[in-house]
Design a protein around this ligand. Sequence first.
Ligand code: PGA
Length: 254
Amino acid sequence: MRTPIIAGNWKMNTTIVEAAELVKAMKEKLHQIAGVEKVLCPPFVSLTTVKELIKGTSIKLGAQNMYFERSGAYTGEVSSVMLTGLCEFVILGHSERRGYFAETDQIVNKKVKAALGAGLTPIICVGESLEQNNAGDTVGIITKQVKAAFEGIASPKGTVIAYEPIWAIGTGKSATGDQANTVIKLIRNIIAQIYGDKTAEAMRIQYGGSVNNANIAEFIKQPEIDGALVGGASLKAADFLGIVEQTAKLKKTG
Ligand code: PGA
């Protein structure tokens, strides 16, 4: 049995004060929900504040990005070793990073290597664009992204993958549960080809893209889907709590 994982990707939202307020509004209830791994991914500048606030709870912390070099003249960047001890997870290869900041599959691969080397757990995002989806290229794109992300990596350790079709992110137009389940099954098959069945069976693969309180059940009911990477709805305490609560309930009862 894979423990479901719900991660909140706050993106470039919340000041330090707002981040603290958001955590305070949900931390007691979130802490009490068992059977789901709960991860908050605030902006870099709020990591320390959030870390303090969730101390002693079952809530975990993640960063939204990092650079692959350990240190040096890379103005404005944050490295894996800086995150070690601060947070446990790091989102890598988000489509917004790939799209707005020109992150290639090769860069994502270097980041995954650096994160694993520093003891962080990557949440690797993959997903096709609307054009690629319309052209029937989803399988090819996802296969390429997944294979490239793990190139030269002997063991993925606890790596999490998030399947996030770009056309579903922040658009209010989510994939259907069936669509997401099919692609996630494909991802698991690719992992099995690279690392074997046991590793593939153990790997957690999330769906992401316009997940909210009203549609989470559709995804969580699917056998291959192990949770969600939540953007917009993770900025509202009640919505995020609702998503985690439903996940706990549905995965428990099957
Ligand atoms: P969304 O974002 O839930 O706002 O669509 C998801 C993501 O980008 O991780």
